[in-house]
Ligand binder design. Structure first.
Ligand SMILES: NC(=O)c1ccc[n+]([C@@H]2O[C@H](COP(=O)([O-])OP(=O)(O)OC[C@H]3O[C@@H](n4cnc5c(N)ncnc54)[C@H](OP(=O)(O)O)[C@@H]3O)[C@@H](O)[C@H]2O)c1
Length: 375
């Protein structure tokens, strides 16, 4: 193994230096995969690497129903695939779906070594791709930068493991837990680094949900705004309530999916309206509808009332809470609105990590698995 991400042609064991080169290549493949979010299919990036260690082919999966990453990388490499190494963020598939099995394309191209990030949790794959390649005499290395691969597509891995979309609440609060003042002002509780981090969160999700209250007060865009960013933009989702929605809002330019009770008036300009029978939109119905559209990773950005509705419905898998360097010293809007009558009403969470971010703190929490009504 040589330095600088070059993979040795020697069929040596997976020693440390070889692994670090493979990790560098895997990171390049992850970056490729992040150009799109092709749910309900996974993000996949693939490279073909010559025996000299040069990347001679690149491919990524663009959209459900289109070519997979590995055949695209092989096509890009052409004859240089013969005797080369193939790097894939996800285990190559071994079944006939809308596309032929990637394993057969890899075998036919004369690849001698396949480096895989994560085994595909999809029941149709689940290790059979690796088995098929090994049975064909190809050397296979698995688990390279596995955690980074999974972190780059949490929605897909969660969905295949649990059968449900992954739902995350994001809230920015003062150090004493207020997300807005009594007059509704909340911009900005946190500093620039935390706000930039929110844009990175959005770049990994299919949909961003806000309630009618946030739509009225903040008039948000909910786009990913990062320097030089050209990746996917999440679909905005609005939960309307009993009051008519405003006639104009910035989000309306982004074709939001709008859930509203049957009786509520909506502006005629809104083209994607989902009517619900209840006076308040049921979070489980929202997730089910989003899943039916292939939206598997959902960020609930508030406000506190909607965050509470998802919490009470047991529909949150995780929350990202930013605490800004501000102390409200009084009561505005809490992170999860409503009454907190007695301690037994508190929800148990697992604090996964606490990280300083500029002048703020990011706290990641997960919710212990509770039985969720099948969505
Ligand atoms: N710091 C942060 O992270 C952050 C993030 C977002 C917002 N905010 C702030 O939070 C405030 C807005 O929050 P909010 O709590 O007033 O409003 P919200 O949670 O954005 O929206 C609540 C409204 O959504 C409608 N709704 C639809 N389905 C619902 C359901 N299942 N349960 C409850 N409501 C449902 C209801 O509208 P009707 O009233 O019409 O029935 C309800 O009043 C603003 O001040 C905003 O600046 C802060």
């Amino acid at each position: 193994m040589e330095e600088g991400g070059r993979v040795s042609s020697r069929a040596s064991s997976d020693n440390l230096s070889e692994l670090s080169g493979a990790e560098a290549l895997m990171r390049e493949a992850i970056e490729l995969s992040r150009r799109v979010l092709p749910h309900p299919n996974p993000r996949v990036g693939s490279l073909v690497v010559s025996p000299e260690g040069d990347v001679v082919g690149r491919g990524y999966h663009h959209a459900a129903g289109s070519s997979h990453a590995e055949p695209l990388a092989l096509l890009d490499a052409g004859e240089m695939a013969l005797g080369a190494t193939l790097v894939a963020t996800l285990e190559p598939c071994n079944h006939h779906g809308r596309m032929p099995p990637c394993t057969e394309a890899i075998i036919a191209a004369g690849i001698t070594h396949v480096i895989v990030g994560a085994i595909d949790p999809d029941a149709r794959v689940g290790g059979s791709g690796v088995d098929r390649l090994r049975a064909a005499g190809i050397r296979v290395t698995t688990g390279v930068a596995r955690d980074e691969v999974i972190a780059s597509d949490r929605g897909y891995f969660h969905h295949r493991r649990t059968g449900q979309p992954r739902v995350v609440a994001k809230l920015a609060a003062t150090i004493d837990g207020q997300i807005a003042a009594a007059d509704g002002t909340s911009q900005w509780i946190t500093g620039e680094s935390a706000r930039e981090d929110v844009h990175r969160l959005r770049s990994d999700v299919d949909a961003v949900v806000v309630g009618a209250g946030t739509l009225r007060v903040d008039d948000p865009l909910l786009t990913v705004r990062l320097d030089a960013y050209t990746g996917p933009q999440p679909r905005p989702v609005v939960l309307g309530g009993r009051r008519p929605l405003p006639e104009a809002a910035k989000l309306y330019e982004r074709n939001p999916i709008v859930f509203v009770p049957d009786s509520t008036l909506v502006p005629a300009s809104l083209g994607d309206v989902v009517r619900v029978p209840d006076p308040l939109v049921d979070p489980t119905a929202v997730i089910k509808e989003l899943e039916s559209r292939g939206l598997l990773h959902v960020l609930v950005e508030g406000g506190g009332t909607v965050a509470r509705a998802f919490l009470d419905a047991g529909r949150l898998d995780a929350a990202v809470i930013y605490l800004g360097g501000k102390l409200a010293g009084g009561q505005g809007s809490g992170m999860f609105a409503g009454k907190f009558a007695t301690l037994v009403d508190a929800h148990d969470v697992v604090i996964e990590s606490v990280k300083p971010l500029g002048t703020d703190i990011r706290i990641d929490v997960s919710f212990p698995v509770v039985s969720k009504e099948a969505a």
